[in-house]
Design a protein around this ligand. Structure first.
Ligand SMILES: [Zn+2]
Length: 389
């Protein structure tokens, strides 16, 4: 409603919102939705009851590029709890430690926030069928929301993808198309289907970013419109971290929070392309080999929003680090003792925060929010192989 144009995150070229493109036609970088923030400010300032509404994805509808609120596709996503971890904060020496538990979303992962906005946009573009290249949480989430909206959903996966990873998407009604031997080949096929066969392309693109901002909005809202000192996020493609930083800047710009958080991003060992590029101040070089990992949900070789992650880290004076498989599983066990069962990829954020505290990057008085992106039942195989009875 208050969106204005699409702008390239790299070269700055602007495009009309009606253009229906997925990335910059000039340089290939991801796009970003721009807004008229003065109008959003006017709307919120005149609306006292808005501040008292419980946090949910669509509470922040004015920050999404959606034209008709009666046509949104929702499964009651968001509104996930922010838990104070008193035992853990004492044990690890944090000022305050919270976990945003994204496993409480309808399909068990943070992706539902983005899918709700993305599938709503698909309907606005009169789509009949959607496609996504994914073998995990994204596939499940797009399938649930696409089917709910009455759309045909096709998931493109590379050969050899274990059936276990696709079960949830199939139950939600998706068709599976096997194409290529790597994720990159599946992704290219999904983009071809969008170009040539009339599919609406879903995945890590700009409309998903807009929905994912709600993780950030809710954290600030749940802290009574205050910002923690740090927000620590696992990085796969980097889209979620980018979105949370955008949310922080938007709330700050509108005077809804008085300070900006520092953002930290966790990658898993073997898939640390962004961390390396950031530390060495060099361009991101995609990972070539496949390595064994406990964090398959974030084991991304060529992160599409890598450069936007580095920009967010630099702007927020934050931090990037890679954690080991062992540190990740140990962090997952620590969360378990606080009553939270998360998928291993989620635990990378706590593993990184623990290291940052030990190294003094996070000060003893600082408040930290960990974003736990998915439910432990999402990746039960990895947990099975770790636990010895
Ligand atoms: Zn560009």
């Amino acid at each position: 409603m208050f969106e204005t144009v699409l702008k390239c995150t790299k070269c700055g070229k602007e495009y009309s919102l009606a253009s229906g493109i997925y990335k910059c036609e000039k340089c290939g970088a991801p796009l970003d939705v721009q807004y008229d923030y003065d109008s959003i400010r006017d709307l919120i300032e005149d609306n006292d009851s808005w501040f008292r509404e419980p946090p949910r994805v669509w509470k922040y509808w004015m920050f999404y590029p959606v034209s008709n609120l009666r046509k949104i596709v929702s499964l009651n996503e968001g509104g996930t709890r922010l838990y104070r971890m008193k035992n853990l904060e004492k044990k690890l020496g944090f000022g305050k430690l919270y976990v945003k538990n994204e496993g409480e979303n309808p399909t068990g992962a943070f992706k539902d926030r983005g899918s709700s906005v993305e599938i709503t946009k698909a309907l606005e573009f009169h789509a009949k069928k959607v496609v996504v290249a994914s073998t995990g949480n994204m596939a499940a989430s797009v399938s649930a929301y696409g089917s709910k909206a009455g759309l045909e959903v096709t998931i493109v996966v590379p050969e050899g993808t274990p059936i276990g990873k696709l079960v949830q998407a199939v139950v939600y009604g998706a068709k599976i198309k096997i194409h290529g031997s790597t994720y990159d080949e599946s992704l290219a096929e999904s983009e071809r289907m969008a170009r040539e066969e009339g599919y609406y392309l879903t995945g890590n693109y700009h409309y998903r970013v807009e929905g994912q901002k709600s993780t950030g909005f809710e954290i600030f809202d749940q802290l009574r419109f205050d910002s923690p000192d740090w927000i620590v996020v696992p990085i796969g493609a980097g889209t979620h971290l980018r979105a949370i930083w955008k949310a922080a800047k938007e709330f700050y710009e509108l005077g809804l929070i008085e300070k900006l958080p520092k953002i930290a991003g966790a990658q898993i060992e073997g898939y640390d392309a962004i961390v390396r590029a950031w530390k060495e101040r060099k361009p991101i070089t995609p990972i070539k080999e496949k390595k064994p990992t406990v964090a398959s949900a974030i084991a991304v070789k060529a992160p599409v929003d890598g450069e936007n992650v580095i920009k967010a880290i630099d702007e927020s004076e934050g931090y990037l680090g890679a954690v080991t498989n062992e540190e990740t599983m140990e962090a997952g066990m620590m969360l378990g003792k606080e009553g939270l069962f998360v998928e291993p990829s989620s635990a990378t954020a706590l593993a990184l925060a623990k290291t940052m505290r030990e190294e003094g990057i996070i000060d003893k008085d600082e408040s930290v929010v960990i974003v736990a992106t998915g439910h432990g039942l999402k990746d039960i195989k990895t947990w099975e192989s770790f636990i010895k009875l």
